[in-house]
Every structure is written in structure tokens, then in C-alpha cells.
Design a protein around this ligand. Structure first.
Ligand code: NAG
Ligand code: NAG
Length: 356
């Protein structure tokens, strides 16, 4: 077992017990793999309040389940070039294995983006009329004003506030059962995620009036593509703040001056991350052995960084792509199939260089 590198544990011995206590992790993530056949009693790891909400709102659960692949895809996109790439263990009901037992920066991100993803999915489902409990935002009525002047509310504005309330009730129910530092970390990051979606609401308008003169506008608020939320949370991940609990166990504080004080929009974490270089059961790291790396890059996807100095293997693979495309009047494009040989570099598995 790795001892946390910072000296905090010396001053806060209570934290050590919490850091390493094993607990079942937010398993509503597992709902994605159950598809539409969500059975509230069969999802492991839900707390009573979550089961209750699940039974009361089966159609909401379905929307949440469908949304999981969106935020998971976004997580993978954001971390595609990193050692930790948001990979999941499909048959593991915690989805991320042991990885998130540690209160790391990566855990902070996953809690935030999953909460954000739930808000986004429910917001969309409400506007599409898929849910009984919500529809368009009822407060967006009458006229209003933006930089371009007055407009009428019309169409269907996304009811992000309903989605935020439901997500809070459902996701946070689990953390409210605990009073430890980790639970507070999760609650904080869940909130950052929920609020993130609300930052990216676009006013979309339709023009009316003589030949599109736009003398009259009808507008509605629509949640932007989830990519914007993903980009935002990725920046928050980069700037995440390491925290400890104050001595009363009521809020986060800075242990030493080296820690930046977190604002309510910062992601917070309580433990250093492993380096994710090698497969390690304890930390849940799957390692970077076998990962594709880029020999000419100087970033995190470079072979030096990705392979952690273990070196890489090179194999030549032939790829087929469309080429020499010609446009034919009218309207077709004809291409040739071109074969090219490219070198693919993959990280070695072990320090010794032996290829497993
Ligand atoms: C992410 O990492 C896992 C484990 O190393 C690997 O199997 C998977 O292919 C990686 N995904 C991408 C998109 O590189
Ligand atoms: C590798 O990195 C270089 C430099 O960043 C980039 O131009 C190139 O497209 C990358 N290659 C692949 C296959 O991603």
C-alpha cells in the first residue's frame, strides 16, 4: 500500500482511516450497462433513497442510463492522450474498479462529469417530453431582453433547474449517508459538475418579420453540446485544489500555505494520484502497457511520457483510406482506396523490456 506522499497524515491521523476505508462507490454509473431494462433492485450499491427515487421515476432512470454513455464518452475524449484515459471495466459494477476508492484528482473529475452528464441528459429528456415530471422551463414566459433588444419567449426552454434538483437528490443521497472527508469531497465535486451545465445555456432565436428582418424574435434557452461542459471540467481538473478538512470536520481548509484555497467552482481532491504507469491492483491503475504512443509528440501522448521510460514496440500496419477523390457532375464523389504502411508504437509492459 502506498503511503500518501504529503505530510498531512501526520497532522490529521483521522483522515488516514477514511482514505483507506473500503467503500462501495457510486454505482448508479452501472445503470448504463443495464440499458432500458433498469431494475431498481438489481443495481448494486444504490442507497435506499436512490432505490426509492428509482422506483418512483422509472422513465427518469432510463434517461439517466442512456446519458451515461455520453459523459463516459466525453471523459474518454478529454483524457485520450493521458496515461489515465478514463477506461472502464465493463463488467465491474463500480465501472471504474478500485480506481476511485482513492480521493484523487481523477476521482474528482469523474464525480463532476457524471453529475454534469446526468443534468445534461435529464435537461434534454425534459424538453423532448420524455418525462412526466418535467417539460419546458415554466419560468421562460412573456418577453425579455438581451444585447440585441427585446424578444418573446417561445418554443421550449430547457428546464435545467429541474434536472439539477433531481440530480442533486439522486446522486448526493449516497454521500449524505457519510460524514467523512471523502463524502464532502464528492459532494463538492458533484455540485461543481451540476452547475457546470448551467454555464453553457445558449439563447437560440427565430426571426420573424418582413423577409426575415428580425423585428420580432422568439427565443428559448437550450443546453449547449456536452463538449463545452467537458472542456470546462477538464480545465477545472487541471486546476484542481488539494484540500484537507478543518479540525472540526465541517469544511475544507488549506493545511499549509502551499495549498491554494478552493472556491466553490474548483474541483477538490484529498489524495495524490498514482502515476498510472503500471498495472496495480491496489490503486486500480491499469497501466500504460500496450497503449499507443506518438513518437514525434512532445506532450503527454509522447512515447517517453506515455510509456514512463519503459520503451515501446513498433509495428508496421497497413491502413486503407479513401484518396484521390473526384467530384462527378452531379452529384457524386468517387474515391480510390489507398493503402499505406504506417508505424504504430505501443508501450512496453515491463521495466525489463520483456514483452508480455
Ligand atoms: C485506454 O487505456 C486502456 C488500458 O490501457 C486501453 O485498453 C484503451 O485502448 C485505451 N483507450 C484509448 C482510446 O486509447
Ligand atoms: C503525433 O504528434 C505530432 C506532433 O504533435 C502530430 O503532428 C501528429 O499528428 C501526431 N500523430 C498522430 C498519429 O497522432
Amino acid at each position: 500500500m502506498k503511503v500518501p506522499p504529503s505530510g498531512m497524515c501526520l497532522y490529521f491521523p483521522v483522515l488516514i482511516c477514511c482514505w483507506f476505508s473500503s467503500r462501495v462507490h457510486a454505482s448508479w454509473w452501472y445503470m448504463g450497462s443495464l440499458g432500458s431494462q433498469v431494475m431498481c433492485d438489481n443495481i448494486p450499491g444504490l442507497v435506499n433513497r436512490q432505490r426509492q427515487l428509482c422506483r418512483q421515476h422509472p422513465e427518469v432512470m432510463q434517461a439517466i442510463g442512456v446519458g451515461i454513455k455520453d459523459w463516459l464518452g466525453e471523459c474518454k475524449h478529454q483524457f485520450a492522450k493521458q496515461r489515465w484515459n478514463c477506461s472502464t471495466a465493463p463488467r465491474d459494477h463500480t465501472l471504474f474498479g478500485r480506481l476511485l476508492l482513492r480521493g484523487s484528482r481523477e476521482a474528482a473529475f469523474v464525480y463532476a462529469i457524471s453529475s454534469a452528464g446526468m443534468v445534461h441528459a435529464l435537461t434534454r429528456a425534459c424538453s423532448q417530453g420524455l418525462l412526466d415530471t418535467c417539460s419546458c422551463d415554466p419560468t421562460k414566459k412573456g418577453t425579455s431582453q438581451d444585447a440585441k433588444g427585446a424578444f418573446d419567449w417561445g418554443g421550449c426552454s430547457d428546464d435545467v433547474d429541474y434536472a439539477i434538483r433531481f440530480t442533486q437528490a439522486f446522486v448526493d443521497a449516497k454521500e449524505r449517508k457519510e460524514r467523512d472527508t471523502r463524502a464532502l469531497m464528492n459532494l463538492h465535486n458533484n455540485r461543481v459538475g451540476r452547475k457546470a451545465v448551467k454555464r453553457f445555456m445558449n439563447l437560440e432565436c427565430k426571426c420573424h418579420g418582413v423577409s426575415g428582418s428580425c423585428t420580432v424574435r422568439t427565443c428559448w434557452l437550450a443546453a449547449a453540446e456536452f463538449r463545452q461542459t467537458g472542456d470546462y471540467l477538464r480545465k477545472k481538473y487541471n486546476g484542481a485544489v488539494q484540500v484537507v478538512m478543518n479540525q472540526y470536520g465541517t469544511k475544507f481548509t488549506c493545511a499549509h500555505n502551499i495549498f491554494k484555497k478552493p472556491t466553490k467552482n474548483d474541483l477538490v481532491y484529498i489524495e495524490e494520484s498514482p502515476d498510472y504507469c503500471i498495472r496495480d491492483h491496489e490503486s486500480g491503475s491499469v497501466g500504460t502497457g500496450g497503449r499507443v504512443c506518438n513518437r514525434t509528440s512532445r506532450g503527454t501522448d509522447s512515447c517517453e511520457v506515455m510509456c514512463c521510460g519503459r520503451g515501446y514496440d513498433t509495428s508496421r500496419v497497413s491502413r486503407t483510406s479513401k484518396c484521390e477523390c473526384k467530384f462527378h457532375w452531379c452529384c457524386a464523389v468517387h474515391c480510390k482506396d489507398c493503402h499505406e504502411e504506417v508505424d504504430v508504437h505501443t508501450c512496453k509492459f515491463q521495466e525489463s523490456g520483456a514483452h508480455l
